[in-house]
Design a protein around this ligand. Sequence first.
Ligand code: BTN
Length: 196
Amino acid sequence: MTSTTSAPARTSAAVDLALVSAFAALAAVCSILPAINVSTFAPITLQTFGVLLAGAVLGARRGVLAILLWLALGAAGLPVFANGKSGLAVLAGPTSGYLVGFVVGVAIMGVVAEFLARRGQVSNPLALFAGGLLAVLVIHVLGIVGLHLRADLDWAAAATVDGAFWIGDLIKLAATAVVAAAVHRAFPWLLRRRAA
Ligand SMILES: O=C(O)CCCC[C@@H]1SC[C@@H]2NC(=O)N[C@@H]21
């Protein structure tokens, strides 16, 4: 007698919960890996990779939940922000614009991934990279706003601080696109919606 195991048609609530928790943990790990402190205001971290990957793999709704869970854990006192920081003060500090940008950015990356999935293109890294550029741009614009408002920098100085992050974040977006495309090739059901 032979038996076959087929891939699920779509995710279950339990799988969704596990995925959201796993990507919240990934965002935390990307935050606490040693950061490169290029200025006193915000460090170079792997956070953009963790955040964009959550959106690209999970889609908008679950991606946003994963990032909100990570932010909530950090706000509650777990040292899961850059340089091992934690607490509400970080959410109101110089990097607050980037943290808000992560929520908007993961939503944009998720919408892009869902759009590409409907067109059978979600395993195409170039398409994911091109769509993800908007998410990176929004993270940086909100980051500059945060630096201006919370680090007391004028707009030009805030943009200069942010400029140091662009090359690295484009590399992280490229890595996100390659990894997410491979994940969707291996698990083509990941972005299928559950029945209500
Ligand atoms: O305090 C935090 O945990 C957030 C730090 C934000 C760092 C930003 S994210 C976008 C840009 N790219 C980086 O590598 N660092 C900055």
